[in-house]
Design a binder for this molecule. Sequence first.
Ligand SMILES: [Zn+2]
Ligand SMILES: [Zn+2]
Length: 192
Amino acid sequence: MPNCPSCEEQSLLPIQPLDGLVARQCASCEGMLLDLLVYRQWRESSAEALNQHQLSAEPQASGDSQATPEDTKQALLCPGCSRIMTKYRVTGELANRFDFCVHCSDVWMDVGELELLNTANLQGDLARIFTQPWQRQLVSDQQAQMGEANLASHLGSDLSKVEDFAGWLVAHAERTRIFAYLRARLRAGDED
Ligand SMILES: [Zn+2]
Ligand SMILES: [Zn+2]
C-alpha cells in the first residue's frame, strides 16, 4: 500500500469518492490519490449516469461551504514511483493546483479539491486538465487577463469606452470593413 504523499506517514486506503469510482485516500489528511486511467474508464462507463445526476460529492457542512480547500504548496513525491509530481492549474480562477505523476497517471487531490471540480463545473473534465491544450489555454487566458490589466492602467476611465466599442465592433456584420477603415484612418493620423 503506497504512503500518503502529503503527510507521508499514513497508508492509503481504498475508497469510492463517487459511485463506482475507486480511489485511495489518506485516513489522516483525507487527501486522495486517483488513477487517471481508472477515472477515464469510469467516466466512459458512467457517462450517461453522469448526465442524469451530477457528480455530487456531498456538499460540505453549512457555513464554510464556499471556503477554498487548503492546497499543498510544496512539491509532492508520487507514492507509486517516488518521482516529483507535477502541479497543474485547474482553471484561471482557482489557485488550487492538482499534483499529477505523468509516469503513474496518478492525481493527488487535497481534501476538498474534488468538490472544487463541481464548483468550477468541471465534473467530467478531470482528464482534460492534464492535457497540453488545456494547460496552453490557461496560459493564454492568463496572458489576456494581464494584457487587459495593463491596458486598464494606461487608459483609465477610457477603458470602458474602448470595451464598448470593441464589443460593438466584433458583433458587427461589417467588422472587417470597419476595421480596415479604422486602420487607414490611424495610418493617415500617424503621417500627419
Ligand atoms: Zn495524508
Ligand atoms: Zn509515479
